[in-house]
Design a protein around this ligand. Sequence first.
Ligand code: 5GP
Ligand code: MN
Length: 312
Amino acid sequence: MLITFKQAVAKIQAANKILVTAHVQPDGDAIGSTLAAMQILRSIGKAAQVYIDDTARRNLQALPHFDEIRRPKDGERFDADLMLVLDTSTDRIGNVRKLTDAPILNVDHHVTNKGDDGELYVETTAAATCQIVYKLARELGAPITPDVATCLYTGLATDTGFFQFSNTGAETLAIASELINCGVSPNFISEQLESKTLAEVHGLRDALNSLKMFYGDKVAGMTLDHATAKKFDSTEGFIDEIRVIDTVDVAFLITEKAPNFCRVSMRSKGVDVSKVAARLGGGGHLRAAGCTLKTTLSEAEKILVAAIGEAL
Ligand code: 5GP
Ligand code: MN
């Protein structure tokens, strides 16, 4: 069910023990928004704990309070009176869903989130969930400490491609400016986030070697097979290297994470890739979306290329 911002604030104010979570394959916005929310909630006297049912890529592990994130164990339960689900619908939180039967408050910015599970405040014009969490913090009267600001800025920066994508709005930059006033060092965060291991750079080379063009060069795609993909833990930024090709509208990367388990990333300059992803069981935004295809790499490529072709 959809609720308003004011109703979301009231739900938080009425709760005392809050379980905070975000999506598996967490990105900067997922980790940034949950860690910021945890600190904000604690600062206004709530008990709050972050659970995420996945590992995070190395660059995000330096965020303040990262080491407090827990991963649910088999059969584990957590005593909470509210579950705050950030940056995703509840179908992408893995076993965190089983930790509690507490009511769900879902706060997100994805157009594909329809609020089928719990109460949803969705702001599709927000560049990042961190942008909404910032406004929640202000409304709740919580202090924006340098640590909170660092987490929030990370989500804003990563979901906007460092303030370059079309979701970068005046409000995004105004909040980023506020966060700098609260103690953020943009250069420190950028350096941290852009850092890659040598294995990742080798992986990028392998991905670029796989580049194929489709539909009169309007679509560019790369694939990474499991033997290659298992050598490094993140493909963050790979797709941006082909998104820039001047003829390209849609770029994709398919990573075979495990046999018959292919993760798809899409970026676009025009086509609504959230619809393509949603048709294949995933979701996302107009210009950045993804899904999982449980099949071989070559079959996944066929399915995806056909679905993109229909959207062109
Ligand atoms: P990325 O390509 O960076 O992994 O994801 C791009 C966008 O699509 C992000 O906003 C991400 O949350 C969303 N997304 C990626 N994969 C999935 C998926 O399997 N399901 C849904 N609902 N959203 C996804
Ligand atoms: Mn996000």
